[in-house]
Design a binder for this molecule. Sequence first.
Ligand code: SF4
Length: 327
Amino acid sequence: MQKRQLLIHTERGRGLFRGRLLHWYDGHKRDLPWRMSHDPYHVWLSEIMLQQTRVTAVVEHYQRFLKRFPTIEFLARSRLSSVLAVWSGLGYYRRAHMLHAAAKKVVKEFGGKLPARPGRLRTLPGIGRYTAAAIASIAFNEPVAVVDGNVKRVLQRVLGKTLTGEELWSAAERLFSRRRSGDFNQAIMELGATVCLPRRPKCLLCPVLDLCVTRGAEGREEKTADQKKRKICYALDCQDGSVFLVRRPEDASLMPGMWELPEICVPNREPKTWMTFRHSITITDYLVGVAQGPAPSVKGCWVTKSRLPKLPLTGLTRKILRAAKII
Ligand code: SF4
C-alpha cells in the first residue's frame, strides 16, 4: 500500500496514470453519437442532456434534437414549446429552458459561436463550473480539468483519501493531461461510469489498478436514500379524434407549462383503471393508474391527435398515449 501510495503522488506515477488511462480509453471507450464530433454545439447539448440522466435515454433524444434543431441559430429562433416537445421524456425540463435561453444569448452576444474559455461559457444560462470545463476541454481542447460524481469517486479511490470542494479540483488538475485534455476528461469519467462503479468496482479490469491506493477495498458507496412511493391516477378521455389535456402552471416547480392528462383524485376509493404501470421521476416511484372515460371538470382543452407530437407533453403522458396507441 505504501509503495503504491507514494507512486501516485510522484510525477512519474501521475505520468503513468495519464498514459494508462488514455491508452485504455482509446481502446475501450463506448461508441456514443456525441463522440463522433467535436462541434461545440454537439458537445454542449450532450453535456446538458447527460446531467442526471442515463446514457441510453440521452442517445435517442440527442439524435432527435439535433435533427430538429441542427444549429445554435436554429435553436435560438425556435419556439420554447417546440424545444420542450422534443425534450419530452428526458425530464429535468429546466435544462431545456436554459439551453434555449443560452442559445439566444450565444447568437446575440457571441455571434452564434460558443466561446472556448470556461469563464465566458459560465456566463451562459445552465452552464456551471463542471459543464464549462467539459465543453472547453472536449470541444476546444482547453487545458482545464473536470470534476463530476464519477471523477470524484475515481480520485478518492486512486488517492485513498476523502476529498471535498476545492481539494477535488486541485487533485483533478494534478493528474490531468494538458496534452489531451478533452480525451483525458472523458477517459476519467468513462472509467468511473464503466469500471470504477459506485458499489462494485471492477478492479481486475481497471487500467490503473497497480497505481490505485484502495483497489476497491474502501469507499464503496452506499445505496442512496430510498425512493418515495406514490400512487397517481389519470383520466384518458378520447373523443372524435381528440384527447382532453391540461396544462401545468407556468410557475410549477416541475415541468412548468407542459401538457398532461388530468389527474383523478378519488378520496378513500381506488378508481377503476384500464392500465397500471410503474414510472419514476427524480426520487419518487409512482404506481400509475389510467382510467378511460370522462375527464374530471377541470380547466383544459381538447387536442387533436395530429397536434400531439408537436406539443410539449410530460414524459408520463407521452408514455400513456403511446401505450394507448394514440401517438
Ligand atoms: S483499481 Fe478499482 S477502485 Fe481503483 S480506480 Fe480502478 S476500479 Fe476504481
